[in-house]
Design a protein around this ligand. Structure first.
Ligand code: ATP
Ligand code: MG
Length: 651
């Protein structure tokens, strides 16, 4: 973003105060928490960490030798103990921990006592297969209760998990297993997706042809006969058989605060996925605290995060954060449109969900489908709405607020990354005045800054690079097996500061607006324009559901703007629509942001976690060979777009 300001500013003036009814009962109401944390960040994190159980206390809160941090130095703890055992002597013992909704109508409720028992048994199974503290266990499962059970069982004995999203191919699975050098793989005979079988075990078999580190495979029976899988004697074991013989008791192993908890690969939106390393103590304190503050959980709440556990959102805010808080969490196996497009709202009604946490990509899809689907259900149990994953366009924010939240629920737009482990920028729902499209400000105890090329803070409304200037408890401890990439990717650009890779600006009230990836910024005739602002201007038009904007080479301007647009149901594409939308962008932002080309498309290329992959759109527009596409949700979308683009725009 160099020294230039981002000159294109989407005018977004709407403000939403925390509703009085919400504020009155919110856990955090006093804005002084920010100053308290600022005065003594380490003391602040220590006081939150003390709410958890430590087998041995720390001698020092933080040891910071950039770029390596140690939190809660010398302490010993166990995150599975804190997520389960800690609740057993309390009335939470028989409270639902996980309420699971399976795709073909299956259901299962696990109380804290149930979950503790299953986890302890599976921890014994792992030990029986030779898994020891420090070993890596790969998990390739659908969204079924065995997934959190397996993760917690690893943590219980000090083994690290590496969860690979069940939608990934054999190739992606193999690469990740090899990178992590996993000893055991846990998978299922298959998974259900829209009534069809996903052949997980067959993919795994293919991957296992090139994974010498794997000694044993545990297979959950999810599908049964229809999966028709092969079990290799000696290597493959049925989950239920092993569990039938497993002993009930397995004490949680006290591990060092910096003990490896898991490796998780990033979404791959910008390139080859990175194996992000998270350790125990700081991650535990960070996910515990943020879940408590941001989702404002009450003892009898039902909380639902719609992410897949294969992504960091599922790790931190389906499994660890909620269980550390003794919450009741809904876990859903299926998709939003099966059997009907009202599936999410049917689930909210059925379980009486109070807090829902989902992604802008889902919200934009719901906008495309229209408000009749949520209208068919009683959503009055909802009290708080959350979003994560991409910048949320103000129109999508307002739609969510109005049609899902009934204008009574605050929306927490939470910014964070696989690398950060925990939410870092977000409103506190009982304190913060909301502005649609802004993640508002860094949480108490977190220091975020927006800097220019020289690493100096930029002024109000100037675009810059989002950096973090102090270590935080759940921060990554490295890229697995690649210290050089860790240094180079995050720390070389601005010495002493963590470089997020995201662009942002701060407005006159100090609110942070995420502008998308730094690499996605477009330079039109010397004006730096954030893709996200042009996209938001397009989505602001009533006919548009979703838009992706990229820069394409232009002889005179250097770069010009190309937009890929998905219309809401019932709107027709065509030259008239193109002109209308160009005019709309000019009106919202200015002539400099006028798209040169607009191409209508039914779908946009997205990662499997639902993020728009602009680098592929750039490849299409510039006629280049595609880079890494292993994390793409549907390769056909790119092929179809490529053909259309060449027809309509020329290559
Ligand atoms: P890769 O690093 O492999 O390219 P990725 O960055 O998509 O993949 P994640 O760690 O899942 O992988 O995503 C983190 C990124 O998602 C952030 O850096 C940011 O760009 C985006 N993001 C997440 N939440 C928000 C939010 N609330 N507002 C804006 N952007 C967000
Ligand atoms: Mg990233």
């Amino acid at each position: 973003m160099s020294d230039h300001a981002i000159e294109a500013l989407l005018l977004e003036g709407r403000r939403f105060e925390p509703p009085e009814a919400f504020r009155a009962r919110a856990a955090l109401r006093d804005p002084r928490i920010y100053e308290d944390a600022q005065r003594d960040p380490e003391g602040f994190w220590a006081s939150i960490a003390r709410e958890l159980h430590w087998f041995r206390p720390w001698t020092k809160v933080l040891e910071w030798a950039p770029p390596y941090a140690k939190w809660f130095v010398d302490a010993r703890t166990n995150i599975a103990y804190n997520a389960l055992d800690r609740h057993l002597g309390t009335p939470r013992r028989n409270k639902a921990a996980i309420m699971w909704e399976g795709e073909p109508g299956d259901e299962r409720v696990l109380t804290y006592a149930d979950l503790h028992r299953e986890v302890s048994k599976f921890a014994n199974v792992l030990k029986g297969l030779g898994v020891r503290s420090g070993d890596r266990v790969a998990i390739y499962l659908p969204m079924i209760p065995e997934l959190p059970i397996a993760m917690l069982a690893c943590a219980r004995i000090g083994a690290a998990h590496t969860v690979i999203f069940g939608g990934f191919s054999a190739e992606a699975l193999r690469d990740r297993i090899n990178d992590a050098q996993a000893k055991v793989l846990i998978t299922a005979d298959g998974g259900w997706r829209r009534g069809n079988v996903v052949p997980l075990k067959r993919n795994a078999d293919e991957a296992l042809e090139g994974t010498p580190s794997i000694q044993h495979v545990v297979v959950v029976r999810r599908i049964g006969e229809a999966a028709a899988i092969h079990i290799r004697e000696g290597r493959d074991h049925w989950w239920h058989r092993l569990m039938a013989d497993a002993a009930l008791r397995c004490e949680a192993e006290p591990v060092d605060s910096e003990h490896l908890l898991y490796i998780l690969y990033t979404s791959g939106t910008t390139g080859k996925p990175k194996g992000i390393v998270h350790t125990t103590g700081g991650y535990m304190a960070g996910t515990y605290a943020t879940t408590k503050w941001i989702f404002d959980l009450r003892e009898d709440d039902v909380y639902w995060c719609t992410a897949d556990i294969g992504w960091v959102t599922g790790h931190s805010y389906i499994v660890y954060g909620p269980l550390l808080n003794g919450a009741t969490a809904v876990m859903y196996e299926g998709t939003p449109d099966y059997p009907e497009k009202d599936r999410f709202w049917a689930i909210v009604e059925k379980y009486g969900v109070n807090v829902i946490y989902t992604a802008p990509t889902a919200i934009r899809t719901f906008m495309k489908w229209g408000p009749d689907h949520p209208r068919r259900h009683d959503l009055s149990s909802l009290r708080l709405l959350g979003t994560v994953g991409e910048p949320i366009n103000p129109e999508a924010w307002v739609w969510y607020y109005r049609y899902i939240g009934g204008e009574r629920c605050p929306v927490v737009d939470t910014w964070w990354q696989t690398e950060t482990g925990m939410i870092l920028i977000s409103p506190l729902p009982g304190i913060t005045t909301l502005k649609p499209g802004s993640a508002t400000r860094a949480l108490p105890g977190i220091s975020a800054e927006i800097v220019n090329e020289q690493g100096r803070p930029v002024g109000p409304n100037e675009g810059g690079y989002l950096v973090l200037t102090r270590p935080w408890p759940a921060m990554l401890r490295g890229i697995y097996g690649d210290p050089e990439r860790y240094q180079q990717q995050y720390w070389n650009r601005f010495p002493g500061m963590y470089f997020t890779g995201d662009g942002a600006k701060r407005d006159e009230d100090g609110y942070i607006w995420l502008l998308g990836r730094v690499d996605d910024v477009i330079n039109v005739a010397g004006h730096r324009i954030g893709t996200y602002e042009v996209e938001s201007a397009l989505v602001d038009h009533p006919s548009v559901a979703e838009a992706a904007v990229i820069g394409v080479s232009h002889d005179i301007k250097g770069q010009a703007i190309a937009a890929f647009v998905t219309l809401k149901e019932g709107n027709a594409p065509g030259t008239e629509a193109v002109e209308t939308l160009k005019q709309h962008v000019v009106k919202k932002i200015g002539a400099l942001a006028r798209p040169e080309q607009i191409l209508f498309t039914g779908e946009l290329p997205k990662t499997r976690s639902g993020k728009i992959m602009r680098r592929l759109l750039r490849d299409i527009a510039e006629g280049r060979i595609m880079g890494d596409t292993t994390t793409l949700a549907d390769p056909n979308v790119v092929e179809a777009l490529k053909n259309r683009y060449e027809e309509e725009v020329g290559s």
